[in-house]
Ligand binder design. Structure first.
Ligand SMILES: Cc1cc2nc3c(=O)[nH]c(=O)nc-3n(C[C@H](O)[C@H](O)[C@H](O)COP(=O)(O)OP(=O)(O)OC[C@H]3O[C@@H](n4cnc5c(N)ncnc54)[C@H](O)[C@@H]3O)c2cc1C
Ligand SMILES: *[C@@H]1O[C@H](CO)[C@@H](O)[C@H](O)[C@H]1NC(C)=O
Length: 435
């Protein structure tokens, strides 16, 4: 008897977790994703600022130990639920113009069980110039681009022809988005500017300025007032400008415009805000959220709802949705890796139990709320309260964030190398020469 075939769409936090833990003896498994690697997103800001080598911040989908899993470098463009087929187009970065090239030939993959986890894209809110002039922080190649531009800007500012006012514009790094990612990016850059860059670029490092821009009335809005006010005050004390209630109107080469302040010069603008549904999510004929971010709706067993009930069946029994692209109807959860991994673990248990002779009956998914932790620079952090326990700030919050970010990587080899790198960094400083 052939094994049931599980098809996984996406190799992000959700898809990669499933691919790592679903039983390969009970199922044949295929992953379809344009990305051959899965990024440890919580480590990207640190990697961009040279805390450790880039390869530690991602993991390849193909692995020696699970070589029976099939991977295809492609996008799923549509799904025919009635025939249980996913329609795909190969995804390569430099597409060939010739339609007879194999990289342009669509193909179909049938499935017994389908898991939809294509994540989200970045929402630029249609702000002109963002896609061409802003940098993003979604994957390791984005982190590399940020690091390279930072050092190019420092070298430009060091040229004999550079004036002090030009140096100040070039070395202004603007970060749009005052959520945990934007704040952490600002914090890591500021740490770098005050330590390694001071020694390496003593003449121009003092010109480095970092600012955070957000349309909301405060940064880190997911935390209590006491905590976000603390974070704000700490950042401002370190000369990181926090511009809240700011509307970005357009971005150009070397500058951006806000409704409140007009033109602002900058050498680098990092866009770290906003999720947008990917094309597949937009086009699928299933029930979706009607307000805010478009997400596929599932029941509490993560089964995808049909757009219209057929023969009394409201859900597809063999189609599951999770990660940033999906949400449970009536029990909405945020778009985080934490939620994606917990849901992926739920499905792993569900499928692996089902393969046993006496499977337990499936319980609905229950989210275990973890504490929110954010790094705000200079060995300081904030941890949100939970239930009736209060949140806290300071060095122990930073340590909690640090150890938390090690635990995000699933390979012990990566964890060990990250810990060793941190230890060496704290003794000898970061290995800037290699940046
Ligand atoms: C810089 C940064 C820091 C973050 N830090 C944290 C943190 O500290 N804690 C936390 O909990 N969360 C954090 N997050 C959020 C977290 O990364 C996301 O919630 C998580 O990635 C969602 O997982 P996912 O599997 O749904 O989607 P993703 O990880 O985005 O993966 C989606 C995958 O689907 C693929 N795909 C897209 N379209 C298709 C298609 N049509 N066909 C096939 N494949 C497709 C993509 O290429 C990708 O491989 C952070 C995010 C960022 C960007
Ligand atoms: C990384 O993400 C950016 C958008 O943030 C995208 O344009 C790019 O293709 C991605 N690259 C890789 C290698 O995943």
């Amino acid at each position: 008897m052939s094994k049931p075939h599980i098809l996984i769409i996406g190799s992000g936090w959700a898809g990669f977790y499933l691919a790592s833990y679903l039983s390969t003896s009970a199922y044949s498994i295929t992953i379809i994703s344009p990305r051959r690697t899965s990024a440890y997103t919580p480590l990207l800001a640190s990697a961009a600022c040279g805390l450790f080598n880039f390869y530690l911040a991602e993991e390849p989908v193909r692995s020696k130990s699970r070589s029976s899993i099939k991977y295809h470098k492609a996008n799923v463009i549509s799904i025919t639920f009635s025939t249980q087929t996913a329609h795909c187009i190969p995804a390569f970065d430099s597409p060939s113009p010739s339609s007879s090239d194999i990289s342009n030939q669509p193909f179909d993959i049938p499935y017994d069980h389908l898991i939809i986890a294509p994540g989200c894209g970045t929402n630029t809110f249609s702000t002109p110039g963002v896609t061409t002039h802003a940098l993003f922080l979604k994957n390791v190649s984005d982190a590399m681009t940020i690091r390279k531009l930072l050092f190019d800007l420092l070298e430009k500012a060091s040229l004999p022809t550079c004036t002090p006012s030009l140096a100040a514009s070039l070395l202004h790094v603007a970060i749009v988005g005052g959520g945990p990612t934007g704040v952490e990016m600002a914090a890591e850059l500021d740490d770098l500017a005050h330590h390694e860059l001071r020694d390496m670029y003593p003449e121009v490092a003092p010109y480095i300025r970092i600012s955070i821009w957000d349309v909301a009335p405060n940064i880190l809005g997911a935390y209590d007032r006491k905590l976000y006010e603390y974070a704000n005050e700490r950042l401002v004390r370190r000369n990181i400008a926090v511009e809240t209630g700011a509307h970005i109107e357009k971005v150009e080469q070397g500058a951006f415009w806000t409704k409140e302040k007009g033109k602002v010069d900058c050498g680098m603008l990092v866009w770290a805000t906003g999720n947008k549904a990917v094309d597949l999510t937009e086009s699928l004929d299933v029930r979706k959220t009607t307000r805010g971010l478009v997400r596929i709706l599932t029941d509490s067993h993560l089964r995808v709802y049909k757009s219209k009930a057929e023969d009394g069946d409201e859900v597809f029994e063999n189609v599951f949705g999770l990660g940033d692209a999906a949400d449970i109807e009536g029990a909405s959860l945020p778009t985080t890796a934490e939620v994606a991994c917990q849901k992926a673990k739920y499905l792993v248990d569900f499928f692996n139990d089902r393969a046993k002779t006496n499977p337990p009956s499936a319980k609905p998914f229950e989210y275990q709320q973890k504490r929110l932790v954010s790094y705000i620079g200079s060995h300081d952090g904030v941890i949100a309260g939970r239930g009736d326990q209060e949140g806290w700030t300071g060095r122990s919050a930073w340590l909690a964030w640090r150890s938390g970010s090690v635990m995000w990587t699933r390979s012990w080899r990566h964890r060990l190398v990250i810990l060793l790198t941190w230890l060496l960094n704290s003794i000898f400083g970061k290995e800037i020469a290699k940046m």
